[in-house]
Design a protein around this ligand. Structure first.
Ligand SMILES: [Zn+2]
Length: 196
């Protein structure tokens, strides 16, 4: 049952993204058929994705539906960052959340313990929603798709959950959460927004 993948051959393996196909040889186990996509394969795939990105960035947008109250808070927050779009703010929140908080067991536990669930709930009611397209870079979208695959979900669900969580923190008046936000989030978020 547990194949050790000892009988390897080189075969073309296809990977699809947004209706386009990437095809390249990589190691495949003759016994069980597993694709052993190595680093080279993944790097070539990422290079190919960059070309797709250059041709059509829209393919790397994730369409989200966000609470209108949340969007209003986002606009207020953005008053301090002239010229920064909502889409850019939401993308930045997702990147900071996934790269710096969610990936750190201790930080994410602290963050979760400070979340104001009243605000969180108010942002997830299915009342008035605004459609927002959030633009990602290829590498981030590949990561999002892998994470979504792991939980049998769609990237949009992950993105919406991350935006809602981060926006609930921006909205909260809880002083411990504000301290956490200043210390752990703004040091990453502020430079990203200022560089826009
Ligand atoms: Zn095998």
């Amino acid at each position: 049952m547990n194949c050790q993948h000892e009988n390897i051959e080189q075969k073309f393996v296809e990977k699809e993204f947004a209706g386009e196909k990437f095809r390249r040889k990589t190691s495949v186990c003759k016994n069980c058929g597993a694709f052993l996509r190595d680093k080279e394969y993944e790097l070539a795939f990422l290079g190919w994705l960059q070309d797709v990105y250059k041709k059509d960035r829209n393919k790397f947008q994730v369409q989200c539906h966000l609470d209108t109250g949340l969007v209003t808070v986002a606009d207020k927050f953005l008053a301090e960052y002239p010229g920064v779009s909502q889409s850019h703010l939401f993308r930045s929140l997702v990147v900071v959340y996934l790269d710096h908080i969610d990936s750190d067991v201790q930080l994410s536990a602290t963050f979760d313990s400070l979340i104001d669930f009243k605000i969180l709930d108010s942002f997830t009611r299915k009342l008035e929603k605004k459609r927002v397209n959030i633009q990602f870079k290829p590498k981030m979208l590949v990561e999002l798709e892998a994470m979504a695959d792991a939980v049998d979900g769609r990237p949009a669900v992950l993105v919406e959950a991350a935006v809602v969580k981060m926006m609930s923190a921006i909205t909260s008046q809880n002083s411990a959460l504000k301290d956490f936000w200043e210390a752990e989030v703004m040091k990453y978020l502020d430079p990203i927004l200022k560089a826009a």
